[in-house]
Design a protein around this ligand. Structure first.
Ligand SMILES: [Zn+2]
Length: 148
């Protein structure tokens, strides 16, 4: 799956359960799920993170664009023209669509979270320049004075 491998660091085993059939409205459909676990870089710290992908598939097969309008709304149209369906391409497409655009660790799991939440804009603050978050004792005294 070359396109998927371009988008992620690694892909685990892919668990595919697809049913091909014809519904009561004579729509040819592909229904089921495609599941795997991928490794993608966290957009905050760039360390790899595991993401479970569970793509629901509910495709209605159309062979001409005019048929898309008539497709019941519960289906995603799959326009195949004269081509045969390549299940491997289909599975890869569904996985690509299901990938998160900007995956991020949960804050407690992300090494970069503290830096970001400290409010530094535009990236890395040189170490030592970090402002103390403790209240300035003189400011406290000043506020006490004001209460006279
Ligand atoms: Zn992270």
């Amino acid at each position: 799956m070359p396109r998927l491998l371009d988008a992620v660091i690694d892909v685990g085993d892919v668990d595919v359960e697809l049913e091909f059939g014809v519904d009561v409205g004579r729509i040819r459909f592909i229904s089921g799920s495609v599941k795997t676990r991928v490794s993608m870089p966290c957009q905050r710290c760039l360390e790899p993170m595991s993401i479970d992908i569970d793509a629901r598939v509910h495709l209605g097969i159309v062979i001409a664009e005019a048929q898309i309008d008539r497709l019941p709304t519960e289906y995603e149209p799959l326009l195949i023209g004269e081509d045969l369906i390549d299940p491997a391409v289909l599975v890869e497409d569904e996985l690509l669509l299901a990938l998160p655009l900007a995956p991020r660790h949960e804050p407690q799991d992300c090494p970069a979270w503290e830096k970001v939440s400290a409010g530094s804009e535009g990236g890395v603050t040189p170490s030592g320049a970090t402002k103390s978050t403790r209240p300035n004792p003189f400011a406290v005294l000043a506020s006490l004075k004001d209460k006279h």
